[in-house]
Design a protein around this ligand. Structure first.
Ligand code: CAP
Ligand code: MG
Length: 470
């Protein structure tokens, strides 16, 4: 009981409900902590109020499943009726399910692992304009289905527009499909945004003519709203309908506005997730799974999801799930970490971007992590750190992607000098290592489910640390 009401109903079967799954640990019985969360995130407060009635009570969050790890900790599944929420207003929804509950003092740990969104609510959104097939159509890879290959010009910041465009041209003309600004490069004095855009677009168009391949340059337009709008107009005026946004730092309200404009103008939208980990790591937080569903609903075309083998956090088994959330129509859960969910047809699949610490020697492994070639493989340091420079690095990356997509080893006899030099410098992880990891995990899955139930969040963190390619 909480505030005079009971919120636990094990017989409740969610239908057209939002469902959230949370890890909770605190200083009271789990049932009471969970009820506090269901109340605070829906209709209730700490005490009964005279203004409540039966009609309002119907809008409550219902705890329909509890997985206890100890008397004061466990996983809690909460269902919220769709009527609880304001049609297509994600901000209102977040103030409920991602709101006050994180500040409740009885809690020592609270982590929102995942949520599922009912189709009725999804239908209020547009989703991506292009998505996977649209971008493949643009680059002409619908038939080959090879991964797209990209780079982030490095150093992250400091190059002048001329220097930046020279590097971009070298990469485009040596086989890369995509060049992007880094997440923290927008319009600094050493590299004014408009000047950079003009020079890089020119470089991309030159490389398109020379190679006969289409090229994508995504300029980072992240800023306050009026300046983002100006940048969209500028890109339009120069016939360049693609852009990058730092989705997490822009925030949901700004993102909705900027995406609406980008959709109206049919831009390809590359989404960088810088900052997501500020709330995704640790014991008070929100999983990236929560955010990527928002980004797919709002309609980005491609989104960073991690690599499982590079420099950023995340076990390959979790990274594959994050990617499937973007790519699939039907998501198969792994409760209590991931929920089942079905996307409505209207919300197109998003192309996952694997980036962060990659180089040619990791290409086979990263494709194996994803289990499909529907992805963008990106390397910054792994291109510009090549002993032969950016052009050689770009050739090595493209070659590695072609070989791996065809199921061949990137370190085999057919490897060129550039590819061999990259592997000598950074090493090589064969796809077989990743396949073995997934086979082992499949075999031990039931054990992991039991461990998660018994040890709680510790076991999830263990998967992230231990189910990795070593
Ligand atoms: C990669 C990158 C990307 C990360 C972000 C960087 O550069 O440009 O921002 O991929 O991580 O700045 O680290 P390197 P994620 O290839 O040189 O590592 O994709 O996981 O969000
Ligand atoms: Mg970056």
């Amino acid at each position: 009981m909480y505030g005079g009401q009971g919120y636990i109903d094990p017989n409740y079967e969610p239908e057209e409900d939002f469902v959230t799954v949370l890890w909770i640990k605190g200083r009271e019985k789990l049932e009471r902590l969970a009820e506090g969360i269901a109340a605070e995130s829906s209709v209730g407060t700490w005490t009964g109020v005279k203004t409540a009635n039966e009609r309002i009570w119907e809008l409550r969050g219902r705890i329909f499943r509890l997985v206890k790890s100890s008397p004061t900790s466990g996983f809690v599944f909460v269902a919220y009726p769709v009527e609880h929420f304001d049609h297509d207003n994600l901000l209102q929804l977040m103030a409920s399910i991602r709101g006050n509950i994180f500040g409740m003092k009885a809690l020592d740990e609270l982590y929102l692992l995942d949520w599922s969104i009912p189709e009725r609510y999804q239908k209020k959104f547009e989703g991506p304009v292009h998505g996977i097939e649209g971008i493949r159509g643009y680059l002409g890879t619908e038939k080959s289905r090879r991964p797209h290959v990209g780079t982030i010009v490095k150093p992250k910041v400091g190059l002048t527009p001329e220097e930046f465009a020279k590097v971009a041209y070298e990469c485009f003309s040596n086989g890369l499909d995509l060049v992007k600004d880094d997440e923290n490069l927008v319009n600094q004095d050493f590299c004014p945004w408009e000047e950079r855009v003009l020079k890089v677009v020119e470089a991309a168009e030159k490389a398109e003519e020379e190679t006969g391949e289409k090229k994508i340059y995504v300029a980072n337009i992240t800023d306050f709203l009026p300046r983002m709008m100006e940048r969209i107009d500028f890109l339009m005026e120069h016939g360049w309908k693609m852009a990058m946004v730092d989705v997490y730092v822009i925030g949901v309200a700004g993102l909705k506005e900027v995406l609406d404009e980008l959709h109206r103008k049919k831009f390809i939208v590359h989404a960088h997730r810088a900052g997501y980990a500020a709330e995704h790591r640790g014991r008070f937080g929100v999983s990236f799974a929560f955010w990527e569903k928002i980004y797919r609903l709002l309609g980005v075309d491609q989104l960073h999801v991690g690599t499982g083998v590079g420099k950023m956090e995340g076990s390959p088994v979790f990274i594959r799930k994050y990617a499937e959330i973007l790519r699939r129509e039907e998501i198969e859960g792994f409760e209590p970490v991931f929920l089942n969910m079905r996307w409505c047809k209207k919300i197109k699949p998003v192309l996952p971007v694997a980036s962060g610490g990659l180089h040619p020697g990791l290409v086979e492994a990263v494709i194996a992590v994803h289990g499909t070639t529907d992805l963008v493989v990106q390397a910054g340091g792994g291109v510009h750190g090549h002993p032969g420079g950016s052009g050689a690095g770009a050739r090595a990356m493209r070659e590695a992607v072609e070989l791996a997509a065809a199921g061949e080893s990137v370190s085999g006899k057919r490897a060129s000098r550039e590819l061999r030099e990259a592997i000598e410098k950074w090493g090589y992880v064969p796809a077989s290592k990743v396949h073995e990891l997934f086979e082992r995990f499949e075999m031990e899955k039931e054990k992991w489910v039991e461990r998660i139930a018994q040890e709680g969040f510790d076991a999830i963190e263990k998967i992230n640390r231990e189910v990795v390619v070593s």
